[in-house]
Design a protein. Structure first.
Lengths: 339, 492
């Protein structure tokens, strides 16, 4: 007797989830290796890179070599760094001398808040508009949504940010112009609203297009025609279509999340928000290598975790979809199992 | 009894009429639930005709005409909400492909229940609904992917019946099934008709199906009704040339002699112990076949028997999990698919499609006209795109593309299944001629016994991923001892 939880065979699900988490761990370790190597791939002496913008006296270089164990073999340096990373210990910031974790933490909180708010906005609005457009295919509503989505995907986030800033903050005075406010949660939310909408505009537009085309594909499917032929209520037809379209939409939402971290750098600088993006930009300018490495690793872990979570959700919705499109993916061919 | 009539029905795509029916009616033509057959090749407009009566035409298709249901006028361009009064409670439909007609993410019982009208939902008995179509009660808790093609089609029929329709339209409902399953489904439709006094419309490209199973016959060709009347009279005394040709071609299919069983040529394809699984589904189990030079070999089996997987492995589109596929001739085997509508690039002309294939294999472009002759394509078609070709012409172009590479072996995977008998026979004749002229070996894969009977000297029978029988055509049809083969032959 196979144990079932809803449509899902528990043993199969456990095996899939374990496999996916193992893949997550492997990707994170691989990425950490690449991130750590950046210091050595960059031209010149790593010690000089770690000097940052300070004056490179021979004493300072020697001190850095000792502090960072730069004379040890590469792999043991990497091992030491990775072990530290597990305890959130990335050493000290070159710029400020403070611990890297303490430097990053407040920025990380702001950025994660910003990204989560804009993900929520873009997911709700994007998916809803995508469905509305697909349902009203060829009508005015479809045209309006499609054009808006086209503007959203083609407008760079900093340009959209400047327009929003000008219209809603400067002209209409509805939102603050910069910063994250005085520290109260409500004030911070109010400050993050416009940047979050800016971020959501671009990625939400992408979700509109993906949802629209996924729903149109379902609308043309045989099972949709057969449901309509049985006079089943449009609400129920849409629900079935959404469930069938959800793997495609969820998978792209995972990609969208990764994209959000990319655009956040620009949007944070437009709105002067002290997030990871701003910190990353200034740390790069100051050659603050430990901070850059820590931020890069943090983002990599987060993006990998998001894509793992998406894959697991897709599996739980429809195990056979994953078997066909995920595990048995071969050269983009979709094959019916019984064909 | 329901009475449908439509006048001056026109269905068009982008300004061109693909269907033009001055008058058509169903019902009121026999005192007892009539069985109506609509015959025509794919593209003849038979599906468009019934879909327009249910408001289920695809997007971008225009329709005009005056439509009346039981004498009351109804707009063919009605809104989705208004159609819901016609669909289900009036007209039910069974679709062609049982693999795609059901929602893959919903259990079968739920899907049947979905269509039950609100008023009778409380008293609806899913178990009885499944029993009516000959399925066990536990099917209700299964997903479509767990069922065979025949079982799925029964679930589809149960779902269509759950809406309590007054007329059931079966659109190529058995085309995707093997002969044994096909017979079961057709018998079931007949039983249901008697039990419910519900007329049905059987739409098919296969004229043989309507001989025994319909009272009224409508023959369609090129978007027009070419003949209509009581089936017996139409068959005994066809008035249109098209119907006469259909009947004659079908007769030839049954009386012609078996193709010669040729031995001798060197073996060019040897498949040994090939295994293939998709997840938990074993598609092929230790399959052995051989094809010799200049030989036509048939592989017969129902959908799901693994024959398509075998075809794809031979053509190199799929890799086997175990076993050997050895090809002893030059080049690679080519494959011609079932659906000429989707296997050709709609943006390319015939000339481009064939020249592209010639160029890809380093053949001179001057071979174009020779290939057009070989595949009996008229030069006037060269600058047309697939949308402007008939189903048979498209399939010839697909074959021409395969021939352009001078292959030693072509795999035909259900390549004539979607065509009407006349077109089918002409293409089979062409394949036989190519075999003789080019020493072409052919692996012909089909669920249709009558096709291999005409063409293949040697036949393999597949069932559940295994080769269960093999031999000359005469052996398979006349004196095979294998139980499955005998069931297949007697059902056809």
């Amino acid at each position: 007797m196979i144990r079932q939880w809803g449509d899902v065979n528990i043993r199969g699900a456990a095996r899939y989830i374990a496999k996916r988490i193992a893949e997550f761990a492997v990707s994170v370790v691989a990425l950490s290796f690449v991130i750590f190597s950046l210091l050595y791939i960059a031209p010149g002496d790593p010690a000089r890179s770690l000097v940052g913008t300070r004056k490179a006296t021979p004493e300072l270089l020697a001190r850095i070599r000792e502090q960072y164990h730069l004379d040890d073999p590469f792999l043991s340096q990497y091992g030491r760094w990775l072990e530290g990373a597990f305890h959130f210990d990335f050493g000290e910031s070159i710029r400020s001398g403070a611990s890297v974790s303490d430097t990053i933490a407040p920025h990380a909180v702001v950025t994660f808040e910003l990204v989560l708010i804009s993900l929520a906005i873009s997911a709700v609005v994007g998916v809803a508009c995508g469905i509305a457009a697909a349902k009203g295919r060829g009508r005015l509503r479809d045209g309006a949504i499609t054009v808006a989505a086209l503007v959203g995907t083609s407008a760079p986030s900093y340009a959209a940010g400047l327009v929003f800033l000008y219209v809603f903050a400067l002209k209409l005075g509805l939102f603050p112009i910069y910063g994250i406010g005085n520290g109260s949660a409500a004030d911070e939310l109010w400050h993050l609203a416009l940047p979050a909408v800016t971020l959501a505009f671009g990625v939400g537009a992408l979700l509109v297009q993906i949802t629209r085309s996924a729903m149109l594909k379902e609308a043309a499917s045989d099972y949709t025609v057969f449901m309509r032929a049985r006079a089943i209520s449009p609400l129920r037809v849409t629900a079935a279509q959404m469930k069938n379209a959800s793997p495609a939409i969820l998978t792209s939402a995972g990609l969208v999340l990764a994209g959000l971290f990319g655009s956040t750098v620009l949007v944070e600088s437009v709105f002067s928000i002290p997030g990871l993006g701003n910190l990353l930009a200034s740390s790069v300018t100051f050659h603050d290598v430990p901070v850059v490495q820590a931020i890069a690793l943090l983002l990599a872990v987060f993006i990998c975790a998001a894509s793992t979570a998406v894959d697991i959700c897709v599996y739980l919705i429809n195990p056979s979809w994953v078997q066909r499109h995920g595990v048995r993916w071969k050269g983009g061919r979709h094959e019916r199992i019984h064909a | 009894m329901i009475n449908l009539s439509v006048k001056n029905l026109k269905v068009g795509i982008g300004g061109a009429d693909i269907l033009d029916v001055p008058a058509f009616c169903i019902g009121g033509i026999a005192e007892h639930a009539p069985r109506i057959g609509i015959v025509g090749e794919s593209g003849s407009g038979k599906t468009m005709l019934v879909r327009s009566l249910m408001g289920l035409l695809p997007a971008g298709v225009s329709v005009s005409g005056s439509y009346a249901i039981d004498g009351i006028g109804f707009s063919l361009n009605a809104k989705e909400r208004e159609w819901r009064g016609v669909r289900g409670a009036r007209l039910g439909m069974v679709m062609q492909d049982p693999f795609t007609a059901l929602d893959p993410l919903k259990k079968c019982g739920r899907q049947i229940l979905d269509g039950v009208p609100k008023s009778s939902r409380a008293s609806f008995d899913t178990r009885a609904a499944l029993a009516e179509v000959g399925l066990a009660a536990d099917i209700a808790g299964r997903y479509p992917r767990e069922l065979s093609g025949g079982q799925r089609q029964r679930v589809v029929i149960a779902a269509a019946l759950a809406t309590e329709p007054q007329l059931l339209i079966a659109d190529e409902a058995t085309t995707a099934l093997d002969v044994i399953t096909q017979k079961g489904i057709l018998d079931l439709l007949d039983e249901i008709r008697e039990r419910r006094s519900m007329p049905f419309v059987l739409i098919t490209h296969n004229i043989r199906l309507v001989y025994q199973r319909t009272d009224m016959l409508i023959v369609m060709d090129g978007g027009r009704i070419v003949e209509t009347g009581p089936t017996r009279e139409v068959i005994a005394d066809p008035q249109s040339a098209y119907t006469r040709a259909l009947i004659e071609e079908d007769r030839l299919l049954r009386v012609s002699a078996y193709p010669e069983y040729r031995v001798g040529g060197p073996v060019i394809l040897k498949v040994q112990n090939v295994e293939k699984s998709f997840g938990a589904v074993k598609a092929l189990r230790r399959v052995d076949i051989e094809v010799c030079e200049g030989e036509i070999v048939g592989i017969v089996g129902e959908s799901g028997s693994g024959k398509t997987t075998l075809a794809r492995i031979v053509a190199g589109l799929e890799s086997a999990d175990g076993g050997d596929v050895k090809f002893f001739a030059e080049g690679t085997p080519k494959i011609v698919f079932q659906d000429p509508y989707s296997s050709l690039n709609p943006a390319h002309t015939v000339r481009f499609a064939i020249e592209e294939a010639l160029a890809a294999f380093g053949r001179p472009l001057s071979e174009l006209s020779e290939i057009m002759d070989l595949t009996e394509l008229d030069d006037s078609l060269l600058d047309r795109r697939p949308a402007k070709l008939s189903g048979g012409q498209r399939q010839r172009v697909a074959i021409a593309r395969a021939l352009a590479t001078h292959p030693s072996l072509i795999v035909f995977d259900e390549s004539v299944s979607a065509l009407d008998i006349a077109t089918q026979n002409r293409i089979l004749g062409m394949i036989e001629r190519l075999r003789g002229e080019r020493q072409l070996a052919v692996l012909f894969i089909t669920h249709d016994l009558s096709v291999v009977r005409m063409l293949a000297g040697r036949i393999y029978v597949m069932h559940e991923g295994r080769i269960v029988d093999s031999g000359s055509a005469e052996h398979i049809f006349e004196d095979s001892k294998a139980g499955y083969t005998r069931a297949l032959v007697s059902a056809s």
